[in-house]
Design a protein around this ligand. Structure first.
Ligand code: URA
Length: 242
């Protein structure tokens, strides 16, 4: 991380003097043990700049958000257990490596979370993917579970829960409740998101301190409509319809 930026948020290659590196806003750091924020590299910040820009069209939004999703999946996989695995190379030498230990499963919170499935499939071929649909009840304005379809043996899997925007955390917390009711231990859940609010991350840490969160960026906060600011607007609209 320090290779890529000076403490003031200047970004650029380390061979460039700090005063020649542009300054950029990097993620708020949160003091929560279960939250991993991706390293704030020039590449990640450039990708985030693309998807936050209101002028970015839908094709570019899909392309660049998918690149960040790949980084999130690759980081999340680092949080799964591995076993020692020694193999022999074609030149007859051994190499002491590791292999993934458990079975995994993706669970996307519809509809925005489905946008992260491609990155998961690119990294984990033929991965099982379950779905959960949670929407705000018009009358009570509380999140309500409308639909779920999850693998029968989900209780024996490590779950990568997918939702790109962690605002108040209402839907994601309910999704974790559903997973726990199907036998998934809290510590076997890793929640992947692109942008989190400090409130959402704190709500999560309070209710489910053992659920790991892997996020690309923790933003400033929420506006009066509970949109993340500066954020990127409505993720689902930008990915699917705009
Ligand atoms: N969902 C979104 O799509 N955007 C936000 O800012 C918050 C929740």
């Amino acid at each position: 991380d320090t290779l890529h930026r000076a403490p003031s948020g200047h970004l650029g290659p380390s061979y460039k003097p700090t005063e020649e590196q542009p300054s950029a806003t990097i993620s708020t750091q949160v003091k929560l043990a279960n939250v991993t924020i991706l390293p704030q590299t020039p590449q990640l910040i450039a990708l985030l700049t693309m998807i936050r820009d209101e002028r970015t069209n839908r094709a570019d939004f899909i392309f660049y958000s998918n690149r960040i999703n790949r980084l999130l999946v690759e980081e999340a996989l680092n949080h799964l257990p591995v076993l020692a695995s020694t193999i022999t190379t074609p030149v007859g030498r051994t190499y002491a490596g590791v292999a993934f230990e458990g079975k995994i499963c993706g669970v996307s919170i519809m509809r925005a979370g489905e946008a992260m499935e491609q990155a998961l499939r690119e990294c984990c071929r033929s991965v099982r993917i379950g779905k959960i649909l949670i929407q705000r009840d018009e009358e009570t304005s509380l999140p309500r579970l409308f639909y779920d379809k999850l693998p029968e043996d989900i209780g024996e899997r490590w779950v990568l829960l997918l939702d790109p925007m962690l605002a108040t955390g209402g839907s994601a917390l309910m999704a974790v409740d559903v997973l726990r009711s199907r036998g998934v231990p809290e510590e076997h859940i890793c929640f992947l998101n692109l942008i989190a609010s400090p409130e959402g991350a704190a709500n999560f840490a309070k209710k489910f301190p053992k659920v790991r969160i892997v996020t690309a960026f923790v933003d400033q906060g929420l506006n009066e409509k509970n949109y993340i600011v500066p954020g990127l607007g409505d993720f689902g609209d930008r990915f699917y319809t705009l």
